[in-house]
Design a protein around this ligand. Structure first.
Ligand SMILES: Nc1ncnc2c1ncn2[C@@H]1O[C@H](COP(=O)(O)OP(=O)(O)OP(=O)(O)O)[C@@H](O)[C@H]1O
Ligand SMILES: [Mg+2]
Length: 198
């Protein structure tokens, strides 16, 4: 397996920020991994995922949007799999928040990205819709998709990810590779317990 993401001693201080949002984060993600990032609000999870695109990368995004009939078929299939096939031809303003979120997930998946960064993809969804989204992520992971997921939900993280990274105050404080789902749950509960005691 090859390394897909490599962060080496990354520090980020926002303008006007009192403390660093990231304080020396090092992380390697291998191709094909399904990794969850957990931690309290403000701990630096989203900052860690922020994909800073170069000017060229920004230019290339629309170039991937060439509309072909096979792309349309795949788009409808993705919307179906996400349970919103019946609203495929509506404008986003006429969709609920949860439906819009599922459209965003389909948009992220259609170009088969090398790495899928998902920051709270189920945050605005009810349990059933959230489970559908996670099942879809699991399915694309089975087909080889590398996923880095941010979630506040320890149950989701341990049920779906094989590796759970815990972030606190801009630092990685735990990096657990989970052998079995059951052991996983206790590992993460332990980590979160330590966090709340600090
Ligand atoms: N644009 C910004 N300008 C200044 N400070 C920021 C900015 N974005 C984030 N921060 C600060 O950086 C720190 C980390 O923020 P970040 O968004 O990475 O947290 P998070 O772990 O994703 O939180 P949440 O779970 O609430 O989404 C916080 O202290 C936050 O206030
Ligand atoms: Mg965030």
């Amino acid at each position: 397996m090859s390394e897909l993401v490599q962060l080496s001693e990354i520090t980020k201080v926002y303008q006007g920020g009192v403390t660093g949002a990231l304080n020396g984060v090092s992380l390697t993600v291998e191709e094909g991994e399904f990794t969850a990032v957990m931690g309290p609000s403000g701990s630096g999870k989203s900052t860690m995922l922020n994909p800073n695109l170069t000017a060229l990368e920004n230019v290339l995004i629309p170039a991937q949007l060439k509309s072909t009939s096979s792309a349309e078929a795949r788009g409808r299939e993705l919307l179906d799999e996400l349970g919103i096939g019946e609203v495929a031809d509506r404008y986003p303003a006429r969709l609920s928040g949860g439906q819009q979120q599922r459209v965003a997930i389909a948009r992220a998946l259609i170009n088969q990205p090398t790495l899928l960064l998902a920051d709270e993809p189920t945050g605005a969804l009810d349990t059933r819709s959230g489970d559908q989204v996670m099942e879809l992520l699991m399915e694309v992971h089975r087909r080889g998709q590398t996923i880095l997921l941010v979630t506040h939900d320890a149950k989701l993280a341990t049920r779906y990810a094989a590796r759970v990274i815990s972030v606190l105050d801009g630092k990685i404080v735990d990096d657990a590779r989970l052998e079995t789902a059951e052991r996983a749950a206790t590992d993460v509960i332990r980590v979160r317990g330590e966090e709340t005691r600090r």
